[in-house]
Design a protein around this ligand. Structure first.
Ligand code: ZN
Ligand code: ZN
Length: 226
């Protein structure tokens, strides 16, 4: 599947016309919260950020996961990741970058919270891989080829990139929002982690706005430096 053959899914919250609808429900800016975009991807804060700086890189087209990308789209996603790493460095210092993707939902359940490509990007979080290992979900160092193979053979996956290394873990049958849980565990974050429990709370909204303000300033700095 290529981006130009992917048609919008009218029931998908990351496709038009529902895109940004959850933002509206939560009382948050939608289109105005997009930090950067091109014809293939856009970047915005997670609606229920696990930490300040929690962003989503979302495909403009309704593609289920990075395993469905062709080489060109993959290279562009990797370039976006590099841009976010530089933004985080500018905004938060040399904290490192965590990338999480829960591959497509499988008939066995689990998988993505939304079957539309998005990478979760967080500054300054490590230890997610260790949480997965404790849960018996050992991964292998891997890149796009393995994601494609998993996608093409109808299997799900969990992608974790931390400390500069990407690993792919089995994603079949993991509980819903497993990676949110794993990230919250790695951060030793107290309190709820399911997005439904934090969505639209005052604390969650404040974190969304802090993320937006800090990273928008970093984007503007970068633009001026360019
Ligand atoms: Zn979609
Ligand atoms: Zn997600």
């Amino acid at each position: 599947m290529t981006a130009d053959r992917a048609v919008p899914d009218e029931d998908c919250v990351l496709c038009p016309p529902l895109r940004f609808r959850l933002n509206t429900i939560a009382g948050l800016p939608g289109r105005d919260a997009v930090l950067a975009e091109d014809d293939a991807f856009f970047l915005m804060p997670d609606l229920a950020p696990l930490a300040e700086g929690h962003l989503l890189l979302v495909a403009a087209a309704h593609l289920p996961c990075a395993g469905a990308f062709g080489p060109d789209l993959w290279d562009r996603a990797v370039a976006w990741r590099g841009m976010v790493a530089r933004l985080f460095q500018r905004a938060y210092g040399d904290t490192g970058l965590l990338v999480l993707e829960h591959g497509p939902a499988s008939p066995q359940g689990g998988g993505a919270c939304v079957d539309h490509f998005h990478w979760h990007l967080l500054p300054g979080v490590t230890g997610v891989r260790a949480v997965l290992a404790r849960d018996g979900l050992d991964g292998v160092p891997a890149g796009h080829a393995l994601l494609r193979e998993r996608q093409q053979t109808g299997r799900s996956y969990l992608l974790v990139e931390e400390s500069g290394t990407a690993t792919v873990h089995p994603g079949e049958g993991v509980p819903g929002q497993y990676l949110r849980h794993a990230a919250a565990t790695a951060m030793r974050a107290p309190g709820p982690w399911r997005w439904q429990e934090v969505f639209a709370t005052d604390a969650s909204r404040a974190r969304f706005h802090d993320t937006l303000d800090t990273l928008r300033a970093a984007v503007e700095d970068t633009d001026q430096a360019a």
